[in-house]
Ligand binder design. Structure first.
Ligand code: TXA
Ligand code: MG
Length: 329
């Protein structure tokens, strides 16, 4: 395999042709989706899937999401699909919604970490769509970052984290949404939200009725839901209520992740990243991971993050910040 970690422009037709060939031959291609960049391989090739785990240094008990370009591709991957799942696909596909469905035996166990369910989604990004169609196989793809670190939202993030462990990086510019897909399951007795994302709990409820937010203790341990995940190297503290911008110990070199533009320049921080000057949650989500990476690269003693209202997309933003803020255990 090529194994160059080379970044090539996704806009060129030859790039997609080459990337599809790499996938078909069992290689690894990082590609843009509307959420974050994925590290893709042929989902039905167990050796290729094993290379993804190795490249990310991801524990094998953490299952992957399989990406398809059309609903017909589900026939080869899943068993019966419930009415609620069909409705959700109708409403949100292609787009940032991953669904857990009962899997077929031909899907390698490594993909699903031995679980009876497979996580599938149909990305809306044109490059992702083209790549899947051209490769003519379902593409298994976790986020293209070393296990546990912040997800990549541009091609350079992928190169920084995985370098030559990936054969090819398709550069499709920055990701539009910026947080990973919403994961939902219609398998239990009630619709469950496993990971909040751009498609909100409220939106899903409108289609399938009340949705419960899966509680860590009640369901199996899914690493995307492990405490410290999506984490910066620099310890991060979420500011709360009245302590906002006032808790920093003297002498500490700190950076601030601000949701909106600070009203006064804040001299106590060495650097401030503003997620959305106007307080728009979509814009904040889009910039979240790149801002965290920039702050993390500066070697500060600590990062502080302002919280946002936990409704709608705010639930996904706070979920990622909390996981980043957990102490290492
Ligand atoms: O937006 C996204 O979903 C991105 C892009 C590349 O599509 N992908 C992504 O993949 O975030 P990853 O591997 O970083 O996160 C997938 C999450 C993991 O937390 C994994 O444990 C969970 O999905 N997952 C996968 N299969 C599952 C299953 N059968 N049951 C429960 N959770 C599952
Ligand atoms: Mg990930």
């Amino acid at each position: 395999m090529i194994r160059t970690g080379r970044i090539i422009p996704a806009a060129r037709k030859e790039s997609i042709t080459l990337a599809a060939e790499v996938i078909r031959k069992g290689g690894l291609v990082a590609f843009p989706t509307e959420t974050v960049y994925g590290l893709g391989c042929d989902a039905l090739n167990p050796e290729a899937v094993a290379r993804v785990f190795e490249a990310k240094q991801r524990p094998s008990f953490d299952p992957l999401i399989v990406h398809v370009a059309e609903k017909a591709a589900l026939d080869g991957l899943t068993q019966t699909i419930s009415l609620s799942d069909h409705r959700l696909m109708e409403r949100f596909w292609p787009g940032p919604l991953t669904l857990l469905l009962p899997k077929r035996a031909r899907v390698p166990d490594l993909v699903t970490a031995g679980l009876p369910t497979i996580a599938v989604r149909m990305p809306s990004h044109p490059v992702a769509q083209e790549l899947i169609r051209e490769a003519a196989v379902p593409i298994a793809a976790p986020s293209a970052n070393p296990f546990g670190y912040v997800s990549p939202t541009c091609a350079q993030h992928v190169a920084d984290g995985l370098g030559e462990r990936v054969d090819l990086i398709l550069d499709g510019g920055p990701c539009q949404l910026g947080v990973e897909s919403t994961i939902a399951s219609m398998i239990g007795s009630r619709p469950e939200l496993l990971r909040p994302g751009s498609i909100t709990l409220e939106e899903i409820s409108k289609v399938v009725g009340p949705v419960v937010r899966a509680r860590e203790s009640l369901t199996m341990a899914v690493p995307g839901r492990l405490a410290r995940h999506y984490a910066t190297h620099t310890p991060l503290t979420i500011l709360t209520g009245h302590t906002v911008r006032s808790v920093r110990p003297l002498g500490e070199r700190a950076g601030l992740l601000a949701m909106t533009a600070p009203r006064h320049g804040d001299q106590r921080y060495c650097a401030i990243e503003v997620l959305s000057p106007s307080g728009d949650l979509r814009e904040a989500a889009q910039h979240l991971f790149a801002a965290l990476r920039r702050l993390d690269a500066q070697g500060f003693d600590r990062l502080y993050a302002e919280p946002c209202d936990e409704r709608g997309l705010g639930m996904a933003i706070m979920d990622r910040l909390r996981r980043c803020a957990e102490p290492l255990t």
